[in-house]
Design a protein around this ligand. Structure first.
Ligand code: GDP
Length: 443
C-alpha cells in the first residue's frame, strides 16, 4: 500500500496533538519536526517539505488557532489543508477541445506505464465521457510497443492506428489524426516513444510531434515507485515540452509516495490521474483532498462510493436485496458479491478507505485474500440446486464438492457454516430493521 510509512508517522504525530486543550509553541515545533522527518523519509522533495512545514507552522501559531477551544483539531485541519494544497487543491480534468477531436499526447520514460495508461485513458473516456477514442501507435523504436498497443486496443475494443515502424512518428501522428477525423472519432491518444533516460533526440522528436498536432493535452506518465527520480523526470519533460498534466502510475505498489506530494509543487503542473492497478480499469482521477485524507487516516469514503457505483450492477444489486429480504439469498448471490468485492480491489483495499482504519489494524486482522478464491472454487463445484438450497448438502455431497474444488472437507464445512450464520444475520437485520426503511439512499 502506498504512503504506508508516511501515513503511520503522520497519524501518530496527529494522535499526540489531537485532544490537547492547550497547544504551546513548543508543541507545534516538536510536531513540525516529526512531520518534516516523515515527509523527508517518504522521499518528498526537500524544498516542498520546507515550504510545507513553514506554512503549517505559521498558520498553527496564529492567534485564532492557539486561542481556540480545540487547538489540536485546528492544527490537524491545517495539516490536511496544506497537504491538499501542495497536491494541487482541486481535481484537474483533462483539457477537452471545443473542436473535436481532443488530442492527447502521452509522453514519458520507457516502463513508466505509457502504453498501459493510454489504454486505460481511452477506456475511461469511453465509459465516463461517452467519447469515441482512437489510439495511435507512435513508438516505432521499441519493437514490441506497437503490438503491445494493439493488444491493449483489442482487449478494450478500441481502434489502434498504426503504420508499422518504417514511417516517422510525426507522419504517423499526422495520418492518425486525419483517420480520426474521417471516422468521426473524437478522442485521440498518441502513444510516443520512451527511452530509459531523458535524451535530446527523443525530446526533439516529441517537440516535432507537438508542433504538428498541437495537442490539447501533453500527459506525462511517471512511475510513482521511482520517488525523487519521478520528480526530476517531470521537471525535465516540463522544461522541454511544457506538459499540461501528469499521470502517476503504480500507486498501488508500496511507494513511499514522495512523487505524489512533490510533482505539483515542483512543476506547477497538476496530477490528473493515478494508476492503481495493471488492469485496464485501474485509472482513477486524482483528488488532492481525498488523497490528503487517505494519508492522514481520515478515510476516503467518496472514492469508495464511486468505486462501488462503478463496479456494482444496479439491477443485480436490487435483485439481491430483494432476495435478502425474502431470506432467499443463495450461494449464487454470495458468489456475485465476492466477485464485486474482488473487482473493487479486495477486502483490504475496501477497508483501507474507511476512516480510522490503518495498516496496522489490517495487518493484525490477518486477511488472506486467497480465501475468497477458495470459497469461490467450492461454490463453483456445487450444482445449481445445491447453491439455491444449501440444506440438501449432505455428507456425501460435501465430499464430492470438496473433491471437485480441490479444497479440504473442513473448508467446505466452514463455508457452509459461515453462509448459514450470514443468512441468520440477514434475517435478523431485514426482519427487525428492514421494515419501513429504504435499503439504500439516493434511489
Ligand atoms: P511504457 O514503456 O511506458 O509504455 O510502459 P508500459 O505501459 O509497458 O508499462 C510498464 C509496466 O508497468 C507494465 O508491466 C504495466 O503492466 C505496468 N503498469 C503500468 N501502470 C501500472 C499501474 O498503475 N500499476 C501497476 N501495478 N502496474 C502498472
Amino acid at each position: 500500500m502506498a504512503f504506508e510509512g508516511l501515513s503511520e508517522r503522520l497519524q501518530s504525530t496527529i494522535q499526540q496533538i489531537k485532544g490537547k486543550g492547550k497547544v504551546t509553541e513548543a508543541d507545534i515545533k516538536a510536531m513540525m519536526r516529526e512531520v518534516r522527518l516523515a515527509l523527508l523519509e517518504a522521499d518528498v522533495n526537500f524544498k516542498v517539505v520546507k515550504q510545507f512545514t513553514q506554512t503549517v507552522k505559521e498558520r498553527a501559531l496564529g492567534a485564532d488557532v492557539m486561542e481556540s477551544l480545540t487547538p489540536g483539531q485546528q492544527v490537524i485541519k491545517i495539516v490536511q489543508e496544506e497537504l491538499t494544497h501542495i497536491m494541487g487543491d482541486e481535481q484537474t480534468k483533462i483539457n477537452m477541445s471545443q473542436k473535436p477531436p481532443t488530442v492527447v499526447m502521452m509522453v514519458g520514460l520507457q516502463g513508466a506505464g505509457k502504453t498501459t495508461t493510454a489504454g486505460k485513458l481511452a477506456l475511461n473516456m469511453r465509459k465516463k465521457h461517452n467519447k469515441k477514442p482512437l489510439l495511435i501507435a507512435g513508438d516505432i523504436y521499441r519493437p514490441a510497443a506497437i503490438n503491445q498497443l494493439k493488444t491493449v486496443g483489442k482487449q478494450i475494443d478500441i481502434p489502434v492506428f498504426s503504420l508499422g515502424d518504417q514511417v516517422s512518428p510525426v507522419e504517423i501522428a499526422k495520418q492518425g489524426l486525419q483517420h480520426a477525423k474521417e471516422e468521426h472519432l473524437d478522442f485521440v491518444i498518441i502513444d510516443t516513444a520512451g527511452r530509459l533516460h531523458i535524451d535530446g533526440d527523443l525530446m526533439e522528436e516529441l517537440s516535432n510531434i507537438k508542433e504538428l498536432v498541437n495537442p490539447d493535452e501533453i500527459m506525462l506518465v511517471v512511475d510513482a515507485m521511482t520517488g525523487q527520480d519521478a520528480v526530476n523526470v517531470a521537471e525535465s519533460f516540463n522544461d522541454q515540452l511544457d506538459i499540461t498534466g501528469v499521470t502517476l502510475t503504480k500507486l498501488d505498489g508500496d511507494t513511499r509516495g514522495g512523487a505524489a506530494l512533490s510533482i505539483r509543487a515542483v512543476t506547477e503542473k497538476p496530477i490528473k490521474f493515478i494508476g492503481m492497478s495493471e488492469k485496464m480499469d485501474g485509472l482513477e482521477p486524482f483528488h488532492p483532498e481525498r488523497m490528503a485524507s487517505r494519508i492522514l487516516g481520515m478515510g476516503d469514503v467518496m472514492s469508495l462510493i464511486e468505486k462501488a457505483q462503478g463496479q456494482i450492477d444496479e439491477d443485480k444489486a436490487k435483485e439481491m436485496e430483494q432476495r435478502m429480504r425474502k431470506n432467499e439469498f443463495s450461494f449464487n448471490d454470495f458468489l456475485t458479491s465476492m466477485d464485486q468485492m474482488q473487482n473493487m480491489g479486495g477486502l483490504e483495499t475496501i477497508l483501507g478507505m474507511f476512516p480510522g482504519v490503518n495498516k496496522k489494524m489490517l495487518n493484525n486482522a490477518n486477511f488472506d485474500e486467497r480465501q475468497i478464491d477458495y470459497f469461490k472454487a467450492i461454490i463453483l463445484s456445487m450444482t445449481d440446486e445445491e447453491r439455491d438450497q444449501p440444506a440438501i448438502i449432505n455428507p456425501s455431497r460435501k465430499k464430492r464438492i470438496a473433491k471437485g474444488s480441490g479444497r479440504p472437507l473442513s473448508e467446505v464445512n466452514k463455508l457452509l457454516k459461515q453462509f448459514n450464520e450470514m443468512k441468520k444475520m440477514m434475517k435478523q437485520f431485514t426482519g427487525n430493521k428492514g421494515k419501513g426503511k429504504k435499503g439504500r439512499k439516493g434511489n
